[in-house]
Design a protein around this ligand. Structure first.
Ligand SMILES: [Zn+2]
Length: 521
């Protein structure tokens, strides 16, 4: 089998096949026609945009014995033996720091070319050279021999020293347009007899973000098993989402459909979609919408500023992808932040149906709020509830409530604010009466404990339970767990403490705590 990967097989060997860089190609062809050739060029631009291919075709053209309109003839001795030509020297600065290569280059640069008119040095990823290598290169560029031409290529022009740049003729390669990529992909598919639908061509072009190499590599990967390539197949294999998926998600956001948003995000989580690609696509499409709002002045629910903030939040979440958490949880939180809770509506509905209960709830709420205003009382509540949870903490309760909380997150009856808290926290201990939850950061712990009454009310109503809840930091929970283990080993018995009594009588919980632990011999 003589299988050649597509991007190598279809690497352009003439100017006509270099896609999407018309201006650069024309300028280079003109310079050959006019015999106006510089000694140093720098090609900058994103990967896969044709920099190296252009460098090679250009070096072929300048040495060609019978160039046709600035292009290599493809027939002469030089064109035919181009790939074995010792006068075309390629250096990849990315695979080594380049000092030896550059030194070697300088040692040999005085020697005249063996075959062609010019010796051409193509230095790929030139920004990777060490400072020493750059200095050596600079000396050569200051006084290049007549027969030498340098073509430097880089994806990071900002990392190339200005002293080098100032000695080069610069060409900035652009990302290849979607339409141009589609066109080329279509050509390759026809040539290779690859069966593909139009939507899939479009999808591959979009996924490769303006890079021909990526586009052809993707096509390679997708065509391996000989199946017809469809947009569905791409979604399955590449673990990416389609344009339509993204629009569905943003439409749900616009329509304030919390359920749909969370379901879709969960679906992407289950499909193991690549998070970074998802966010990039979201940003691209959301930005288009934001621009449109600015231009037309019309919007559905989110205005321009909200879109802008949303996009900034999305992009900030990318920098957190190294942390060992489920990235999709971050995404859920970002979405919830831009969704409106329907909490007010719930209260109005309730007050017409159950006027008595709401009064009780308000009293209850005020009570805890008063308590939480005073940190000593909050400390007391925390200690009591930890104790009370340990009285009857059991694995079966924990497993049950964990499942129920997941269902709560998909319920329409839970206000967004509380969903945000629930998604960010984990139930770490549960009894039949008490729940202990931990939050990722201290800030959330404080906020959540300040809203205890509200959270309990919502959860208990949904689950038809009467849980007392407390939020702890991860650190505090570890400490409490260790204490608990020691206590159990020492055969301490946890006794239930009546929270309301303790608070009303303003008794220091630590006294009660010590008394409550009865030692069993
Ligand atoms: Zn030729």
């Amino acid at each position: 089998m003589n299988y050649k990967v597509l991007y190598r097989k279809y690497r352009p060997d003439n100017f006509e096949n270099i896609i999407g860089q018309d201006y650069i190609i024309k300028t280079l062809q003109n310079s050959i026609r006019n015999g106006n050739i510089s000694h140093a060029y720098i090609f900058s631009g994103p990967r896969g945009t044709g920099k190296t291919s252009t460098a090679k075709v250009f070096s072929k053209a300048i040495n060609c014995l019978n160039p046709v309109n600035g292009s290599p003839c493809g027939e002469c001795e030089f064109c035919k033996n181009f790939s074995e030509n010792p006068d075309i020297i390629e250096i990849d600065a990315a695979s080594n720091n380049g000092v030896d290569e550059i030194r070697n280059l300088i040692d040999n640069i005085k020697l005249t070319p063996t075959n062609g008119k010019y010796k051409v040095y193509i230095i790929d990823e030139v920004h990777m050279l060490t400072p020493n290598a750059f200095n050596a290169l600079l000396l050569t560029l200051e006084e290049p021999p007549k027969h030498s031409i340098f073509i430097l290529a880089t994806t990071n022009i900002e990392n190339v020293p200005i002293t080098i740049l100032s000695r080069c003729q610069r060409f900035d390669f652009q990302k290849i347009k979607i339409d141009d990529l589609v066109e080329r992909l279509k050509y390759v598919c026809e040539n290779e007899k690859i069966s593909i639908e139009n939507a899939a061509l479009q999808e591959i072009a979009e996924l490769s973000e303006g890079g021909m190499r990526d586009a052809l590599s993707l096509l390679d990967q997708l065509s391996k098993n000989g199946e017809k390539i469809t947009a569905d197949l791409i979604e399955k294999q590449i673990k990416t989402v389609s344009q339509k998926n993204i629009n569905d998600l943003l439409d749900s956001l616009e329509n304030n459909n919390i359920d749909n948003c969370l379901n879709l995000i969960n679906e992407y989580r289950n499909r193991a979609i690549d998070y970074k690609t998802l966010i990039k696509k979201l940003i691209t499409i959301a930005s288009k919408r934001a621009k449109n709002i600015k231009i037309t002045g019309k919007y559905i629910r989110l205005n321009f500023k909200e879109y802008k903030d949303f996009i900034f939040d999305l992009s900030a979440s990318l920098s957190r992808t190294n942390i060992n958490v489920d990235n999709f949880t971050l995404l859920e939180l970002i979405f919830l932040d831009y969704l409106e809770s329907n909490q007010e509506e719930t209260i109005v509905k309730k007050s017409t149906k159950e006027p008595k209960k709401i009064d009780e709830e308000i009293v209850e709420k005020e009570k805890v709020n008063q308590n939480t205003e005073n940190n000593i009382d909050l400390d007391n509540i925390v200690n009591i509830r930890i104790n009370n949870c340990f009285v009857n903490a059991q694995k079966q309760y924990l497993e049950k409530i964990k499942k129920e909380i997941i269902n709560l997150n998909n319920s329409l009856n839970i206000p967004g604010k509380i969903k945000t808290i629930l998604i960010d926290s984990i139930v770490v201990a549960a009894s039949d009466k008490n729940l202990i939850l931990t939050c990722g950061n201290i800030h959330n712990v404080e906020n959540s404990n300040r809203m205890l009454a509200e959270i309990e009310q919502v959860i208990n109503k949904e689950l038809n339970e009467n849980y007392k809840i407390i939020f702890l930091s991860e650190k505090r929970w570890q400490e409490e767990k260790e204490k608990y283990i020691v206590n159990v080993k020492n055969k301490y018995v946890y006794n239930y403490i009546n929270e309301d009594e303790q608070i009303m009588n303003n008794i220091d919980i630590n006294d009660v705590f010590n008394k409550s632990k009865v030692e069993i011999v």
